[in-house]
Design a protein around this ligand. Structure first.
Ligand code: FAD
Ligand code: GLY
Length: 370
């Protein structure tokens, strides 16, 4: 393979979004190396929620990072439609967060109070208003919060669109190739190698999700610790569309897709690189779904799957340069929010790399590492 200006290791939503952004700001000869097939790991397994507000307990750098990436989504979706003809189904109907127990209500009140005093958009709905908004929700619901700025996207279409962008724009994709080692010449990183091939590059970007800690830089393991956290999902496909918007409880969530499917998620399990679904996991998800909507209790499960979220030590994304190495950027650890964070992550990485920041943030992004 020819030398690249930019070599991206990992073809998930993060690697693909970075490739697109690098191309847009003028980088040439971009190559993505993917160990399996493009976009078939965590990014494929995800639920596609863009939810900076529903689970937030405070406004900090991470919140600002999430909120900024969310703000980018309408333009990101419109641009991808224009560039590729693929509609990524950005749905801005908002998110409902339900309370079924006294503890849930306490949690909701806390969230409502601080978010309203911080000026964030959140509305309180009583039982009747909640059931009017979503009639298939259980009548046991006590109350809910509505987050108008928490949206969803069809992440599998997003991956399709990003792949197509690469294909249309000459970004080279190599699948079925696992990078083992980052190649160095002194402090300078000069590319990466699989067991049988070298890929030389001006800039090398590690976007390997949950597998990041398996890569070596020269003889040393990469210094950033990332571990896989399994998330299982199930889906239903009722004949009619039951819900209009994403529905959360503190025990799980339902995500209604445009085609009528309802995704229910998700488990959070520290079980290594095992991507299987389990009976226990599936039945826990069935319980979550049935608590939110009793009509799902007896409905046939149409599909089930699992993916591995990339979890860094402190749960925050790791984006930046690795100390001691030039021409090497890492972008991983997006844990439960990689779909949400993809557009802004791509901008940060691309703009840092080319040395000019074209926008300023209200607060510094959640960049760790380096
Ligand atoms: P991945 O998609 O895993 O991509 C990494 C890629 O790198 C893989 O394709 C892998 O094969 C490749 N790779 C690894 N090592 C190598 C190597 N050595 N050489 C070559 N290639 C390599 N996020 C949200 O924002 N909203 C959600 O609603 C949401 N729901 C989720 C639900 C579940 C069940 C799960 C599992 C995750 C969810 N997430 C969600 C999180 C989100 O999916 C991840 O944060 C995101 O997909 C991470 O993207 P990534 O590109 O870093 O990782
Ligand atoms: N963000 C949803 C999940 O990780 O399950």
């Amino acid at each position: 393979m020819r030398n690249s200006e930019v070599l991206i290791i990992g073809g998930g939503v993060i690697g693909l979004s970075i490739a697109r952004e690098m191309h847009k700001i003028g980088a040439g000869r971009i190559t993505i190396i993917e160990r399996g097939s493009i976009g078939r790991e965590a990014s494929f397994a995800a639920a596609g929620m863009l939810a900076p507000n529903a689970e937030t307990d405070k406004i900090d750098d991470f919140y600002n990072f999430c909120a900024e990436s969310n703000r980018l989504y309408p333009d990101f979706a419109a641009a991808l439609l224009d560039e590729t003809g693929i509609d990524i189904e950005l749905d801005r109907s908002g998110t409902l967060y339900l309370a079924f127990t006294g503890d849930d209500s306490i949690e909701l009140k806390k969230r409502f109070d601080w978010q309203t005093s911080a000026g964030l958009a959140v509305e309180h709905l009583n039982t009747r208003e909640t059931l009017t908004a979503e009639p298939f929700i259980s009548p046991n619901v006590r109350e809910s919060l509505f987050f108008p700025n928490d949206w969803q996207v069809e992440n599998r279409k997003l991956l399709e669109a990003l792949r197509k962008y690469s294909e249309i724009n000459g970004i080279r994709i190599r699948e079925g190739t696992e990078i083992r080692e980052i190649l160095t010449a002194g402090e300078k990183v000069i590319g990466a190698a699989s067991d049988s091939e070298k890929f030389l590059a001006g800039t090398t970007i590690i976007a390997t999700g949950a597998w990041t800690s398996l890569i070596k830089i020269g003889e040393m393991p990469v210094s950033v610790k990332v571990k896989p956290i399994r998330g299982q999902m199930i889906s239903f496909h009722p004949r009619e569309k039951l819900f209009k918007r994403v529905i959360y409880s503190s025990r799980g969530y339902l995500v209604p897709r445009a085609d009528g499917r309802i995704l229910a998620g998700s488990t959070v399990e520290d079980v290594g690189f095992d991507k299987s679904t389990t009976e226990t996991g599936v039945s826990a998800l069935r319980c979550v779904a049935s608590e939110i909507a009793p009509c799902l209790a007896g409905m046939t499960i149409s599909d089930k799957w699992a993916g591995l979220r990339p979890y860094a030590d402190d749960g925050l994304p790791v984006i930046g340069e690795i100390a001691g190495f030039k021409n090497l950027i890492i972008s991983t650890g997006h844990y439960r929010n990689g779909i949400l964070l993809a557009p802004f992550t791509a901008k940060i990485v691309a703009e840092r790399n080319t040395g000019f920041l074209r926008r300023s943030l209200s607060g510094p992004p959640a960049i760790a590492g380096g």
